[in-house]
Design a binder for this molecule. Structure first.
Ligand SMILES: [Zn+2]
Length: 274
């Protein structure tokens, strides 16, 4: 038997959105027997995630630099040190985000738009590779953020797995998964799990993937403070709202609620080894 009733595998309790009442939110989590993984998106908030994980036993941490954030080599040296911490259960969020690329060249006299976009993609790819190396060094999974770049992420991951003969030692989770059944299949074949957030409660685009994924490869998340599920839409999202995600996953799959609830907790504990 697991000690938790639910696990929200991706939240940002470290963000300032929770500065006013963080203690109260975590107390509610504890009351309801819910655990969460608080995700770092920069060196500073990765440190904050670790602080929370040290303080509360139902809060775990990840360390990483979000793909839309700039980075330096020095920051990766720091991240490498943080990654060793025993409360850090994954590396990320990291990955690729080609959703917000520039539409006009910043400095057309110096660089064309196409070259600028190429440079941004390369910069993100380099950061992704650094996270992969840290994950391999500490034998921890990746927490991946991927937007408008699924094929590129698949080719980077599979190249690593093949070239270095790593197999599924290089592993992780696709957070806020929004790809179709075909894309999902490719990540599942690479050994990567898929997690789903608030939008599954109000958009039907995720149903086919949720129905078709193996029971042992899916997880629930809130991505709080963002993207609150029904009936909390428009409000600040919080980890306890993960219950709505679990309910919806059971409903979409047409499976018994308690069975799905237990399975998702077991999947999270297996993926993140706690
Ligand atoms: Zn996130």
């Amino acid at each position: 038997m697991s000690q938790y009733d639910y696990i929200d595998i991706h939240s940002h309790l470290n963000f300032e959105n929770f500065d006013a009442d963080r203690e109260a939110v975590i107390a509610r989590l504890k009351e309801e027997n819910i655990a969460t993984i608080t995700v770092g998106t920069s060196v500073a908030d990765s440190k904050k995630a670790i602080e929370l994980a040290e303080k509360y036993d139902n809060v775990y941490a990840t360390v990483g630099i979000h793909p839309t954030h700039d980075w330096s080599q020095a920051e990766f040296v720091e991240l490498d040190t943080l990654a060793a911490h025993k409360r850090v259960v994954a590396i990320g969020e990291c990955g690729l985000d080609f959703f917000r690329l520039p539409k006009e060249a910043t400095n057309p006299a110096e660089m064309s738009l196409a070259d600028e976009i190429q440079q941004i993609k390369m910069h993100q790819g380099q950061a992704f590779a650094r996270h992969i190396e840290i994950a391999l060094k500490y034998d921890k999974p990746l927490m991946i953020h991927c937007r408008n770049a699924y094929e590129e992420a698949i080719s980077i991951i599979s190249a690593y797995q093949k070239e270095h003969k790593l197999g599924h030692k290089l592993r992780g989770n696709m957070h806020f998964f929004a790809g179709n059944v075909e894309v999902a299949k490719k990540f599942l074949e690479l050994g990567f799990t898929l997690s789903f957030a608030g939008p599954i409660t109000f958009a039907r685009d995720y149903d086919e993937v949720i129905k078709n994924a193996p029971a042992g490869m899916i997880m629930s998340e809130t991505d709080s403070p963002f993207a609150a599920p029904i009936p909390f839409r428009g409000k600040r999202n919080e980890p306890p709202f993960v219950k709505e995600i679990v309910k919806k996953i059971a409903e979409i799959r047409g499976e018994d609620f308690e069975t799905v609830q237990k399975q998702l907790v077991a999947n999270a504990r297996k993926t993140f080894a706690f």
